[in-house]
Design a protein around this ligand. Structure first.
Ligand code: XUL
Ligand code: CO
Length: 435
């Protein structure tokens, strides 16, 4: 036991009236909602990078957090592992997620980095065994080191591609050994700053080759988890190739990979792409691509990817609507890709952030479940499209009518469509009843 969280005890559900700031008011993991325990709907995960590796810096000033594992090499990494598992227990969340460099320091060579990762990987495995905590996903950091400044898979230098492949091999194998349920590839610096030095087609071919290598190796080592791509339109590159769900799907289809990969959708990334979070979820779900979620929010005034903790229950209700409708996230979950602000120095602040996130998700989940149980919302949606169930319309959709036949039908029946209200405000009021 370390003394990092000295004086703090496990966060419990105390109900909406509780005045205890270190209690859940809405997140009650064992409460059954729409036939499933809340925890099994949400499958929440703690992001190692924001919770234990983040230093509190911003572009105008460095580290504000004082963590006893900073700058301490492998001894620090070991202490960080112990503290991480103490945190998973305090916040009582079943999953976590990590990049290689979050858990173990990078070495001078790939061999040295792999050795560090292996040592900490064994420590993580022992802690998982003891605690019953599970790995939602693993990933490789292919963007922080300067070798990746022009991308990893999409780098003009094939040696960088090869180095990144070596790095992913090690993290994918560790993820597999730890029973990870997903492996995530976020684009990092796969994109470009200026077209003046960039061959887009060449870079896309490289990215597809890299992804294919990862999929093949995952199959070879018997990895049973999902491979996920996390779309993001900009940051760190001006133009990121995995712009949004639709762009990722088009890319995967071009290279015949759309059945092998799903998406990890992040709230803040959806906003950066000019979409709402629920838009990205709805598109992914309709394409069979909704795999997992990175839960957070952006500061909507700054227009940056600020990774605040979620605080909008209404937004989460619409998100859960699509998740419940598709029967849940399967192997996916809600990873809190969110960080406390740079002035939130205390260990307890890490708990406050995650309590906010979990309570917000719980309120959203309950709202969506109530909206679905009530039934009017789905009924109105079905009614809006009911015309398509009629024989002639159904035949038209199936491709059984030519343009000539359709035109003839309009003339024969004297069809003259009358506009109907889209009832947006009615629907917004309906949603408000449950959120
Ligand atoms: C970056 C981001 C990453 C990925 C994992 O914006 O969201 O933290 O989730 O690499
Ligand atoms: Co993310």
């Amino acid at each position: 036991m370390t003394d990092f969280f000295k004086g703090l005890s496990q966060v419990k559900y105390e109900g909406p009236e509780s005045r205890n700031p270190l209690a859940f008011r809405h997140y009650n993991k064992d409460e059954v909602i729409a036939g499933k325990r809340m925890e099994d709907h949400v499958r929440p995960a703690i992001a190692y990078w924001h919770t234990f590796a983040q230093e509190g810096g911003d572009p105008f000033g460095g580290r504000t957090f004082d963590r006893p594992w900073f700058d301490k090499g492998m001894d620090g990494a070991k202490l960080k592992t112990e503290v991480a598992f103490e945190f998973f227990d305090l916040i009582d969340v079943p999953f976590f997620a990590f990049h290689d460099v979050d858990v173990a320091p990078e070495g001078e060579t790939l061999a040295e980095s792999n050795k560090n990762l292996r040592i900490i990987g064994d420590l993580i495995a022992a802690n998982m065994q003891k605690s019953g905590k599970k790995l939602l996903w693993g990933t490789a950091n292919l963007f922080s080191n300067r070798r990746y400044m022009a991308g990893a898979a999409t780098n003009p230098d094939p040696e960088v591609f090869a180095y990144a492949a070596g790095q992913v091999k090690a993290v994918l194998e560790l993820t597999n050994e730890l029973g990870g349920e997903n492996y995530v590839l976020w684009g990092g610096r796969e994109g470009y700053e200026t077209l003046l030095n960039t061959k887009i087609g060449q870079e896309q071919d490289q990215m597809a080759r890299f992804l294919t290598l990862v999929i093949e190796h995952a199959e070879k080592i018997g990895f049973k988890g999902q491979i996920l791509i996390e779309p993001k339109p900009q940051e760190p590159s001006k133009h990121q190739y995995d712009y949004d769900v639709a762009t990722v799907f088009g890319f995967l289809q071009k290279y015949g990979l759309e059945k092998k990969v799903k998406c990890n959708i992040e709230v803040g990334h959806a906003f950066l792409a000019g979409h709402s979070f629920e838009h990205e979820l709805a598109v992914a779900s309709s394409l069979g691509m909704l795999g997992s979620v990175d839960a957070n929010r952006n500061d909507l005034q700054s227009g940056w990817d600020t990774d605040h903790f979620p605080n909008n229950a209404g937004e989460m209700a619409l998100a859960f609507y699509y998740i419940i409708k598709q029967g849940g996230l399967g192997k996916g979950g809600f990873n809190f890709d969110a960080k406390v602000r740079r002035q939130s120095l205390d260990p307890a602040d890490l708990l406050h952030g995650h309590i906010l996130g979990l309570d917000t998700l719980a309120r959203g989940l309950k709202g969506a479940a109530a909206l679905i149980a009530d039934g009017e919302f789905d009924k109105l949606l079905d009614e809006r499209y009911a015309g398509w169930n009629q024989k002639g319309a159904a035949a038209m959709l199936k491709g059984e009518r030519s343009l000539e036949e359709i035109a003839a039908w309009v003339h024969a029946e004297n069809i003259n469509p009358q506009p109907r209200s889209g009832r947006q405000e009615y629907l917004e009021n309906l949603v408000n009843r449950f959120v």
